[in-house]
Design a protein around this ligand. Structure first.
Ligand SMILES: Nc1nc2c(ncn2[C@@H]2O[C@H](COP(=O)(O)OP(=O)(O)OP(=O)(O)O)[C@@H](O)[C@H]2O)c(=O)[nH]1
Ligand SMILES: [Mg+2]
Length: 202
């Protein structure tokens, strides 16, 4: 049992503009389609089907809100960069995402999930720059770390940590696997900080 196991599905919003209740603290999970956002949320919550995962990229179309307790939320954002999405829709989504980062007062942390084999694609970088500009701390999570052997994993982490310096902001890089839970304690530690859980913990 951890704080995050109590996550419960709350609502789905069709658009960031339709998210209600800008009170308390929320942390959003963002990343390219198929990066492992929904899987990471399920791993964090120790629930198999809290967020729906899929082998088909673009599965999460809605913004799903999970409540930890009143005024504490985790947000599963739809993935970006999915090739089959029409360009007009992509533009609309990017604009909405930018607005969300700028205007959402309760957003206190952004987890940007990227496949460890392909970190910091253009859209990931755009997102991180926006977050830094909006003074929102970022955890860049290099997902599917189980796909690489230890040596290669470490090399990718170091390369990504080096690359993250270019954002000149509060950007931390960590590796993570939903398959073997590598990096889960570090993810929880970062979230605990964002949710102001330093004192209450353990
Ligand atoms: N090997 C491995 N595969 C993973 C891991 N996490 C997710 N996957 C796989 O990656 C695929 C996509 O995972 P999702 O969690 O649905 O990805 P998502 O980012 O939510 O995707 P969208 O909702 O489409 O944006 C699924 O087939 C998962 O089983 C991981 O840690 N290791
Ligand atoms: Mg998803």
């Amino acid at each position: 049992m951890t704080y995050y196991t109590q996550a419960k599905f709350s609502t789905s919003a069709p658009d960031i503009r339709h998210l209600e209740g800008d009170e308390g603290i929320e942390v959003a999970f963002a990343g390219r389609s198929n990066a492992g956002k929904s899987s990471a949320l399920n791993t964090l919550a120790r629930q198999k089907n809290l967020a729906r995962t899929s082998k088909t990229p673009g599965r999460t179309q809605l913004i799903n809100v999970f409540e930890l307790e009143e005024g504490r939320r985790l947000i599963d954002l739809p993935g970006y960069g999915f090739a089959q999405v029409p360009i007009a829709m992509k533009k609309k989504w990017q604009q909405a995402l930018g607005e969300y980062l700028q205007k959402r007062k309760s957003l206190k942390g952004l987890v940007v999930l990227m496949d460890i084999r392909h970190p910091f694609k253009d859209l990931d970088q755009d997102l991180i720059y926006w977050a830094v500009e909006a003074n929102i701390p970022v955890l860049a999570l290099l997902t599917k770390s189980d796909k690489l052997k230890a040596g290669k994993r470490k090399a990718q982490l170091m390369m990504a940590q080096e690359a993250a310096l270019a954002f000149m902001g509060d950007v931390t890089v960590q590796t993570f696997s939903s398959h073997n839970r590598q990096g889960l304690p570090e993810l929880e530690q970062m979230l605990d900080g964002w949710f102001h859980r330093h004192e209450e913990k353990k």
